[in-house]
Write a protein that binds this ligand. Structure first.
Ligand code: PLP
Length: 229
């Protein structure tokens, strides 16, 4: 069976989510699994949809724009999450296509998103991305600037930020970064936490993740590394 790999990866990830939730006394329904499908085509995505998966992630607007409209037309009830960084000039396409944007990280982007949300009447769920490791090459708001950024989104642009997203530095233990992100969310009254990828989603769930973004553990290794976070 050609399509077994993705579906069995999905089952394994679901079982791991259930186990991590059980250990924390959390309801598995409180964790949304986002299957990150970047670089994979519909032949890999269809079996995952057939296995019951509904939330999918992409990290590039352009790739998502060619890939997803036919899939969305064929399947009701899917939700699409933008997990990669977003250029302000793609805000229009992003608001039109995505149900959630995990990478709000600067005021110019907040302004562009606010304008498109008003124009299109669509309200994607918004996460502010926090650069918890203060890595210069990485996008995201610095931890010490996050409270002010959330307030600016609200007060200057009327944007509701519902949660935080982080991508811990690759060479460090993830737990302290998840703990920091959860703490910033708590003090700002934000309920949603987008954190945890293939290597560390059970740890993220222990720190309160409500959205885990899992690619490799479902779809297998990506051929290109250029679209990795
Ligand atoms: C690719 C990507 C993921 C998924 O990473 P895996 O290690 O393949 O699970 C999660 N989040 C973001 C932002 C990504 O770009």
């Amino acid at each position: 069976m050609e399509n077994m790999k993705e579906a069995s990866g999905l089952l394994t990830v679901r079982a791991e989510i259930a186990r991590a939730c059980r250990e924390m006394g959390r309801d598995p329904a409180s964790v949304t699994l986002i299957a990150v499908a970047k670089t994979f085509g519909s032949e890999a995505i269809e079996p995952v949809i057939a296995a019951g998966q509904r939330a999918f992630g992409e990290n590039r607007v352009r790739e998502a724009k060619t890939k997803w409209p036919p899939l969305l037309a064929r399947h009701a009830g899917l939700e699409l999450h933008l997990v990669g960084s977003l250029q302000s000039n793609k805000a229009r396409d992003a608001v039109a296509l995505f149900d959630a944007i995990h990478s709000v990280d600067r005021e110019s982007l907040a302004q562009a998103l606010a304008k498109e949300i008003a124009r299109q009447g669509r309200r994607p769920l918004l996460f502010a991305e926090v650069n918890t490791g203060a890595e210069p090459q990485k996008s995201g708001v610095l931890p010490q600037d996050t409270d002010g950024f959330i307030a600016a989104c609200r007060d200057r642009y009327g944007l509701v930020i519902s949660g935080l997203m982080c991508i811990p530095p690759i060479e460090e233990a993830a737990a302290p970064h998840f703990a920091l992100t959860a703490e910033i969310a708590r003090r700002n009254g934000l309920k949603l936490l987008s954190m945890g990828m293939s290597a560390d989603f059970p740890t993220a769930i222990a720190f309160g993740a409500t959205h885990v973004r899992v690619g490799t553990a479902i779809f297998g290794l990506r051929k290109s590394t250029s679209t990795s976070p």
